[in-house]
Design a protein around this ligand. Structure first.
Ligand SMILES: [Zn+2]
Length: 179
C-alpha cells in the first residue's frame, strides 16, 4: 500500500514539473485550443506562453474561438519553414494544423510559432473559412500569394507577430511597434 502511494506521488510530481515550469507556476496558463501534437511541440507552446506576451494574447484569442490548433514539429514538404492548414470543420469546431520545421533553434521556432498562431487567429476571426475553397478565398482577401502555385499565402499581421515575438524574447518593446 505504502509502496503504491510512493509511486503515484512520484508520477504526479514528474508531470507537474513537466507542464509547469517554475517561472510560470503562479499563473499557469490554461490552454486547450492550442495543443502540441508531440512532447517537443507541447514544450514549444509552453515556452511561448511563458516567454512571449504576443503568443499569450494570440492563444487567448484562440481560446475564445471555435478553432483548435494542433502544433506539430515536422517539415512542410517542398514548402516554407512552417505552414498553417485547415484539417476539418464541423458545426462545433474547426481544426487547424500548424507545422513547424524541427530544425529551427528554440527562439526562431517561437518566432515562427507566433507567426503561424497569427494566421490561426485570422482564420478563427473569419467564420466563413470551413474548407479549402473558403480558406483560399480568405487568404486572398487578407494576404498575398508567395509562390506561383498560389498555395502559400502571407499576411502583414503574421510577419508582424513574428517580429513582436522576437522583441518579447529580447525583453524589449519593438521600436516600431512590430510593424
Ligand atoms: Zn505566414
Amino acid at each position: 500500500m505504502a509502496r503504491n502511494w510512493m509511486v503515484a506521488a512520484a508520477v504526479m510530481v514528474g508531470m507537474a514539473a513537466g507542464v509547469m515550469p517554475a517561472a510560470a507556476q503562479e499563473a499557469a496558463p490554461v490552454c486547450t485550443h492550442v495543443r502540441g501534437a508531440s512532447a517537443e511541440a507541447q514544450a514549444l507552446v509552453a515556452d511561448g506562453l511563458r516567454r512571449s506576451e504576443t503568443i499569450r494574447s494570440l492563444v487567448a484569442a484562440l481560446e475564445a474561438s471555435d478553432v483548435i490548433v494542433y502544433v506539430d514539429m515536422v517539415y512542410v514538404a517542398r514548402g516554407p519553414v512552417a505552414a498553417t492548414s485547415l484539417t476539418t470543420a464541423n458545426a462545433a469546431v474547426r481544426m487547424l494544423r500548424v507545422r513547424i520545421s524541427p530544425i529551427l533553434d528554440a527562439d526562431r521556432a517561437l518566432e515562427i510559432l507566433g507567426h503561424e498562431l497569427q494566421h490561426a487567429a485570422e482564420i478563427a476571426a473569419d467564420a466563413r473559412v470551413r474548407d479549402a475553397a473558403s480558406l483560399r478565398a480568405h487568404s486572398e482577401a487578407v494576404g498575398w500569394a508567395t509562390d506561383a502555385s498560389n498555395d502559400h499565402f502571407e499576411t502583414k499581421a503574421a510577419v508582424s507577430a513574428e517580429r513582436l515575438v522576437r522583441c518579447d524574447l529580447a525583453g524589449r518593446p519593438c521600436a516600431d511597434g512590430g510593424r
